[in-house]
Structure formats: C-alpha cells, structure tokens
Design a protein around this ligand. Structure first.
Ligand code: IMP
Ligand code: MG
Length: 370
C-alpha cells in the first residue's frame, strides 16, 4: 500500500509541483489540495496538451478523485469553469469534492487587493491580485462567506452557480471523505500550493501569501504521512521581497527564463531568476521534516557552461554544464556529471535523499532513485 504523501514547494512556488503530483498521483486513490486558492497555478502536461489548473489538485488530470479541503478559498464561477475545462480536455467529468467550508473570494476582495497594492507604492508585495489576502482577512475577521452559507443566500452572486454545483454533487465534506478513505486502507496525495518561503508564518513576511504552504497546512492529522519537498535546480521568485541569490538581469537569467518558461501561470509576469540556495531548503526541512526531495527543471540548465549553488554556510560552489538534451535519460548514472554532483551535494548538505529527478516537462521524463 502507498503511504499517504504531502507534496510541498520548498522555495518560492513554481518548483514543478504540478508535474511531480501528476507523476505521483497514479499511485494514490485520491488527491487533495489544502491551502490557497486561484492565486496558485499548476501546469500539467496531459498528452500533448498543457492543462493550467488554479483550484483543482493536479492529480485530477490523471482521473483521480480530487478534493478541495477547508483551508482553501475559491471563486465558485471560475472553479466551475475549471472543472468543465478538465472534463473537455480529458474526456471525462472529474470526480471532485469541494469542501462546504471553503471561503468565497468576491469581486470586492479583488478590488481591495488591487487598491491595497497601489496604495503600497514602492513597497508592493506583488500579489497575484486574485483577492487572496482580503478573502483570508475576512475569514479571520469572522466576516467571510463560506460555500455552505452562500448556497442558501439568494443575495450572493454565486447563489445559482452553487446550486448547480450541489446538483452535480460537487460540494461536500472533504475531511470526512478523506478520513473514510484512509480508514479503509486507501491513500491520499496532498498537494501544497505556492512554496515554503511564501508561508504566512515561516516565509519572508510581509512578502508572503496568506495561507500555510507547508505540510501542517493540511489541517488534519494524517499518520503515516510522507513529506515530499519539490525543489528546482535554480530559484525563481515572482512578486517582491528578498531574493539573496538573484541573478541580475543578464543573458543567463534570460536564457533560464525562456528555457524554463518562467512566467507566472496566473499573472503571466516574468519571474525573477536566481541560483539555488540550500539555506532555504534547510529552513524548509527544519519545519517540515522532509522525507525525500524531488529535484526538477535540471534540463533547463542544459546549455549553461556552468551553474552555481549557494551552500548552507553561505559559500558558493559551481558545477559544469553539459550542452546536450537529457530528456530521454532514465538512469541516474547516465546523467551528466554536473547533475550527479549537484544531487550528491544536496544530499550531503541536507541529509535528505533526492528520490526523483525531473528531466523534462512530460510526465514520463523523470528518473527514480531508490
Ligand atoms: P498573493 O498570494 O496573490 O497574495 O501574493 C502574495 C505573494 O505570493 C506574491 O509575491 C505572489 O507573487 C506570490 N505567489 C502567490 N501564489 C504563488 C504561486 O503559486 N507561485 C509563486 N508565487 C506565488
Ligand atoms: Mg505556479
């Protein structure tokens, strides 16, 4: 039996969690998201099509039962469209449970998000302007509107759409369903959104999102639970805030941005590019007790003469590039020495095994290590 697993981003989001969850989801009975809302963007490759998800867990592309848990927030109209898009792209109407306790993002939340950002002048957070922060703020103020409230509220702009979603059996109790599944020996893949450095408690406040991005964000105790940290071979950050290994705009950062398609899934903004910083991973490990790592986007570094990594102690080290396509490689020992040395440095520095290495965007482009 597969042990239930939570997949989290260890950096600033966009580590490739969508792809890793897509690969892993085939070994699980169900897949669940627990934090954030449509400020997240997960891209999964389904055959020749790229599916961009904002609310649903990536495993939905794989036909898995997809659950959205109480810590999430949502825009009902956009969520319903997303479910229909998945149905059209995959040819099957997905099995979805949207927790009835999820809070609703309104147009007003988006206006407040935009107003607050412009009022910040030079101190902008660089939010996705999806109304995420104001929605969670209303929730904490005990002034929010949950799905199970709006469905009975004729004044709510989402009243009708929520009635339709109820008719389709889309709204329910995700926690009860998950506990029942676990009790009957089935396994769940929990999919974190964003990344650890954007966590409301542990991230680089105030340049953070408004939810818990680490494993504890699941909000219910799962035992046993494996924690998989997804890390990119370099760093990106979208939005403002400290980024100590940022590469000042030059040919190298431009190359990485283009090759890695480093533009926001939700906003289309170009992402800031930097080298890998292992002190960020160390901090993430301290809080989340990672069981293993999935290293992604190594193929993006292919054409570089060399690439750099900042170690835990702040010192820098460099690895040689290779200059050829590695997307067909499936055995670790056939990878170029630059990547093998990088993996061994990560494992020595952090004492966490790198169990998966993603060598391209497609689902099958992954190397497993035991
Ligand atoms: P918000 O979540 O829209 O409030 O944005 C807060 C910060 O988190 C901004 O820097 C955003 O760019 C960043 N952010 C939010 N969601 C994601 C994500 O899924 N990936 C990367 N950055 C994100
Ligand atoms: Mg993303």
């Amino acid at each position: 039996m597969t042990t239930s697993t939570v997949v989290i981003g260890t950096q600033w989001g966009d580590e490739g969690k969508g792809k890793i969850c897509d690969v892993l989801s085939q070994y699980f009975d169900a897949t669940a998201r627990f934090n954030g809302g449509p400020n997240a963007g997960h891209t999964v490759q389904h055959g020749d099509q790229r599916i961009k998800l904002h609310h649903l867990p990536s495993g939905v592309a794989n036909g898995r039962h997809a659950l959205m848990m109480p810590g999430m927030i949502c825009r009902p109209d956009e969520l319903f469209e997303e479910i229909k898009m998945v149905a059209e792209t995959t040819g099957t109407f997905p099995h979805v449970t949207v927790d009835r306790r999820i809070h609703i993002i309104t147009e007003r939340h988006r206006e407040i998000d935009a107003d607050k950002e412009s009022a910040r002048g030079d101190n902008k957070i660089g939010t996705t302007l999806t109304g995420n922060g104001p929605c969670y703020a209303d929730k904490s103020h005990r002034e929010g509107s949950r799905l199970d409230m709006a469905v009975f509220d004729r004044e709510s702009p989402y009243h009708k759409i929520l009635r339709d979603m109820v008719k389709y059996g889309l709204i329910g109790d995700s926690v009860r369903e998950i506990r029942d599944m676990l009790d009957s020996g089935r396994s769940v893949l929990f999919e974190g959104a964003h990344g650890f450095m954007l966590d409301i408690d542990h991230g680089s406040y105030p340049y953070v999102t408004s939810s818990t991005c680490g494993a504890t964000g699941i909000g219910m105790h799962i035992d046993p639970l494996e924690v998989c940290g997804v890390m990119k071979a370099y760093s990106t950050r979208i939005g403002a805030g400290a980024f100590l290994t940022e590469i000042e705009s030059d040919a190298i950062s431009d190359y990485i941005r283009e090759r890695g398609r480093e533009y926001g899934t939700t906003t289309g903004r170009p992402r800031r590019i930097g080298w890998l910083d292992l002190s960020v991973l160390e901090e993430c490990h301290r809080v989340n007790d990672l069981d293993y790592l999935a290293l992604t986007m190594v193929d993006v570094l292919s054409q570089l003469h060399q690439f750099h990594v900042k170690l835990r102690n702040g010192e820098w080290t460099s690895f040689p590039g290779w200059g050829y396509d590695i997307s067909g490689v499936r055995e670790f020992q056939h990878l170029p020495s630059g990547i093998r040395e990088l993996v061994s440095t990560i494992e020595t520095q952090l004492s966490i095994p790198v169990r998966m290495i993603s060598v391209g965007p497609r689902t099958e482009e992954v190397i497993w290590r035991s």
